[in-house]
Design a protein around this ligand. Structure first.
Ligand code: ZN
Length: 148
């Protein structure tokens, strides 16, 4: 179990130090800010929705390792999915980090590395921040999303 935990830890640190899809997004159709005042996380998520497909996603901002790694992993997993699939993944990911329901690891791919968050309830907001912002960006809402 410790080896698995170390592996998860190293994937999180990798995405924290070298975030994927970091920066503005060409042709973005929506952007939304997410703030988590409790931890000081701030993330801006950009999306390019083409029909019913999340054709592109990027993010900017700063925060703790969990918030940044989660945003980075999110950009990788949702790109090219339908809006409905994105909602489903968020729902399953929420179950994963809260421990509210059993989740089939196969369903979430690399997001599984954030499963340890369930042991730290305060960090759930860090892990889900970018996802809330993504949902708002897809909806084309200008409003800022706050965890508080
Ligand atoms: Zn945080």
């Amino acid at each position: 179990m410790n080896e698995l935990r170390d592996l998860y830890q190293s994937v999180i640190l990798d995405h924290y130090k070298t975030p994927r899809n970091y920066g503005s997004l060409d042709g973005a159709t929506g952007s939304a800010d997410g703030v988590n005042p409790l931890c000081g996380d701030h993330v801006t998520v950009h999306v390019r929705v083409d029909g019913d497909t999340v054709a592109g996603v990027g993010f900017e901002g700063n925060g703790c390792a969990i918030s940044k790694a989660s945003a980075s992993l999110m950009t990788e997993i949702v790109a090219g999915r339908s809006v409905a699939e994105t909602e489903t993944i968020f729902s399953r990911f929420h179950d994963l980090v809260t421990g509210d329901a059993e989740v089939d690891p196969e369903e979430l791919g690399k997001l599984e590395v954030l499963s340890g968050v369930r042991e730290f309830p305060a960090r759930v907001k860090c892990a889900t921040l970018a996802w809330h912002a993504l949902r708002a960006a897809i909806a084309g809402e200008e409003a800022e999303v706050s965890t508080e």
